[in-house]
Design a protein around this ligand. Structure first.
Ligand SMILES: Nc1ncnc2c1ncn2[C@@H]1O[C@H](COP(=O)(O)OP(=O)(O)OP(=O)(O)O)[C@@H](O)[C@H]1O
Ligand SMILES: [Mg+2]
Length: 249
């Protein structure tokens, strides 16, 4: 094997432990998780409610800190950054999509998409943003306000915003949780296209097997531990795996 065959990782955590509270109320939300998210891949994180999915995403993305263990974005060790550098890293190298679309109601679609770049005081890559508008299919809605869009369209704006700054990795926590199945499917197809057409990396938390089937790989958490990984998932295979957890837990 030569160095050129090595898979680069967009984000990874090593021996990640996250403890909330102390004493009687202590919760080990992450109990020694090591997982990597390779560049150019769409990974879904699945597991029962309370298994630590959101905690893993928040710690991997630098929104929260680990109790022990290490988190990296690319080669950057997040634990080694002060608050200012962490803020800059999140702004410049990480994109986020949340269940609630979190758009600014007074701004147009176009302004919402470029908001992170405007806040950073730059214009971004205008060709990239132009292409992105076509990927998300919002060319004819650019001057609308979010309230004039359907939920699915609003989430597509949020996806475009997450990718606007060409981040190393986009983290999405239940991005289809507020959408009907058809709009959800559109948003998932869009995340998949964004990964394939732009070689970007997406990490998505979901508890929907149909959503997970859009990913290249699924990692399964249970009780704060990584318990399985599945390449080329289908909704049926994921559902079977989830049922097995319920039987064994
Ligand atoms: N801020 C917090 N303070 C205390 N406990 C927390 C906090 N955040 C999460 N937890 C606990 O950590 C565990 C993991 O929570 P987490 O939100 O990561 O689960 P999840 O897999 O995302 O669940 P869900 O599918 O319901 O969103 C749970 O037991 C939860 O109650
Ligand atoms: Mg969660």
């Amino acid at each position: 094997m030569t160095a050129t065959t090595a898979i680069r990782t967009a984000a990874r955590v090593v021996d990640a432990v996250k403890v909330y509270g102390r004493g009687d109320t202590e919760v080990r939300a992450l109990d020694g998780v090591s997982v990597d998210f390779p560049v150019g891949r769409f990974t879904a994180i699945m597991g029962p409610s309370g298994s630590g999915k959101s905690t893993l995403m928040h710690c991997a993305a630098g929104l929260d800190t680990l109790t022990s263990g290490t988190a990296y974005i690319g080669d950057t060790h997040l634990g080694g950054l002060d608050d200012r550098r962490l803020t800059l890293l999140r702004r410049d190298r990480v994109g986020f999509v949340f269940q609630a679309f979190n758009l600014v109601p007074t701004l147009s679609v176009a302004e919402n998409i470029t908001l992170p770049l405007d806040l950073a005081g730059g214009q971004g890559d205008t060709e990239w943003i132009d292409a992105l508008i076509d990927v998300v299919g919002l060319r004819d809605r650019l001057h609308h306000r979010p309230s004039e869009l359907s939920g699915g369209q609003q989430q597509r704006v949020a996806v475009a915003r997450a990718f606007a700054g060409q981040p190393d990795v986009v983290f999405a926590d239940e991005p289809t949780g507020n959408l009907d199945s058809r709009s959800g499917d559109e948003v998932l197809g869009l995340l998949g296209r964004a990964v394939r057409q732009t070689s970007r990396t997406v990490v998505m938390v979901t508890h929907d097997p149909v959503a997970a089937a859009h990913a290249d790989e699924v990692v399964f958490l249970a009780d704060g531990r990584l318990v399985d990984r599945m390449e080329s998932p289908t909704a049926d295979k994921v559902l079977d795996r989830m049922k097995a957890f319920e039987v064994s837990s």
